[in-house]
Design a protein around this ligand. Structure first.
Ligand SMILES: [Fe+2]
Length: 331
C-alpha cells in the first residue's frame, strides 16, 4: 500500500479522502471517533459480586484430592468478576483467590513484582508462610504481606488443611506492564527445610490479636463509612491499602461511593453488604466486590469484622481519588 506524501495529504479534497489517507499511516481523526474517549463520570464496568467460602472450601477439598503442590504452583481458586468483558480480575486492579494447602505440603517459593497479601481463614499451629527466609505463623484472622519481589512459599506442618484468601494487584501490573516472575526452586526439587519455629515478629504480619486491641482502643464510629476501622500499615503496600472494620449488631454504615475499588472479606460474624442496590448476605470467609464508583454500605447481624482491601493508595498517589459528596482535592 502506497504511503501518502505530505503534499498528497495536504491536497485531500474531502474528509473521506483525508480519512482514507490517514488510515494508511496509522492516524485517526480525533473529531470523528465512533466512541468518546472521555465521559462525565466513571462508567460501570465491573459488577457487584459475592463469593462464598463454604462453596470454595468444598471445591478446594476436591482439588486437594485431584491436584498436588508438585503439579500446581498454587492450589487456588480465582474469584473472577462476572462482568461480561472480564476474564480474570475480581475488580479492575485486584484479584482475589481462595487457597488451600494440606498437611505436609510445601507450596514452592517464588517471587514476583505483583504485591500480594493473605487473610488466614482456617489453619492450625504449624502452618506458615516463609517470606525472604523467615517463617511467619499463619493463624485465623492474621493478615500476611508478601510485597513486590519478596520471596515466599507456604508450608503446613500441622495435621489440618489450611485455608486462606489471597489478594494481589496482578491486574494492575498486567495493565502497567512491569511483570516479572521468578521461581526460587524448581518443581520436584526437595525443599531445604528451615527448622526454626514460625514467628509473629515480622513487619510482614498483622496478627488478629493486635488488630483487635487497636480496634478496642479506637473511638467507635459505627455509622461512618467503615464502622469502626483501623488501618493495617500506612498503607500496607504501595498499591493496596488494608483496613479492619468492626461492625455492630443492627448498625448500618453510611453509603460510600469512591473512585477506589474495594473488596471486603468477612473475618468474623455475618451481615449484609448492599452494592449499587444489590444486597449480599455474607458469612465468615466470604468476599464482596464493590467496584469503583458503585455506592455501597454494610449491615451486621452481630459483632462482625470485615477486612477492606482497597486500591486507594494508587488512586491517592495518582491524584484520582474522589469520594462522592466530598470536594475533590486540587492537584
Ligand atoms: Fe506468589
Amino acid at each position: 500500500m502506497q504511503v501518502p506524501s505530505r503534499d498528497e495529504l495536504a491536497q485531500s479534497g474531502t474528509l473521506e479522502d483525508l480519512y482514507g489517507k490517514l488510515g494508511r499511516i496509522g492516524i485517526a481523526p480525533g473529531w470523528a471517533k465512533s466512541t468518546p474517549s472521555l465521559w462525565p463520570a466513571p462508567r460501570r464496568h465491573f459488577a457487584p459480586a459475592h463469593w462464598k467460602y463454604e462453596q470454595a472450601r468444598g471445591a478446594l477439598d476436591a482439588a486437594g484430592r485431584l491436584i498436588n503442590t508438585e503439579l500446581a504452583e498454587r492450589r487456588n481458586l480465582i474469584l473472577f468478576n462476572p462482568a461480561s468483558t472480564n476474564s480474570y480480575g475480581t475488580v479492575r486492579t485486584m484479584v482475589a483467590a481462595y487457597q488451600m494447602i494440606m498437611p505436609g505440603e510445601w507450596a514452592r517459593s517464588h517471587r514476583h513484582t505483583p504485591n500480594a497479601l493473605r487473610l488466614i481463614l482456617d489453619s492450625e499451629a504449624g502452618t506458615y508462610t516463609e517470606v525472604d527466609g523467615v517463617k511467619i505463623a499463619m493463624e485465623p484472622g492474621d493478615v500476611l504481606l508478601t510485597p513486590n519481589w519478596s520471596s515466599h512459599g507456604h508450608g503446613n506442618d500441622s495435621r489440618a488443611n489450611a485455608y486462606w484468601l489471597d489478594f494481589l494487584d496482578v491486574p494492575l501490573v498486567q495493565l502497567l506492564e512491569p511483570m516479572f516472575f521468578e521461581p526460587a526452586e524448581e518443581a520436584g526439587e526437595a525443599h531445604a527445610s528451615n527448622s526454626t519455629p514460625p514467628t509473629k515478629e515480622s513487619p510482614f504480619v498483622f496478627p488478629l490479636s493486635q488488630t483487635l486491641k487497636r480496634l478496642d482502643a479506637a473511638a467507635p464510629t459505627p455509622t461512618g463509612y467503615f464502622g469502626t476501622s483501623v488501618e493495617l500499615g500506612n498503607p500496607a503496600m504501595d498499591t493496596i491499602g488494608l483496613h479492619m472494620m468492626r461492625l455492630v449488631p443492627k448498625g448500618k454504615t453510611a453509603p460510600y461511593r469512591t473512585t477506589a475499588n474495594n473488596l471486603y472479606a468477612a473475618v468474623k460474624g455475618s451481615g449484609a453488604t448492599t452494592v449499587d442496590g444489590e444486597r449480599f448476605e455474607w458469612r465468615r470467609g466470604d468476599v464482596i466486590a464493590a467496584p469503583a464508583w458503585l455506592p455501597h454500605f454494610h449491615e451486621a447481624s452481630g459483632d462482625a469484622l470485615l477486612l477492606r482491601v482497597t486500591d486507594e493508595p494508587v488512586m491517592q498517589r495518582l491524584g484520582f481519588h474522589r469520594v462522592a459528596g466530598e470536594t475533590p482535592a486540587a492537584h
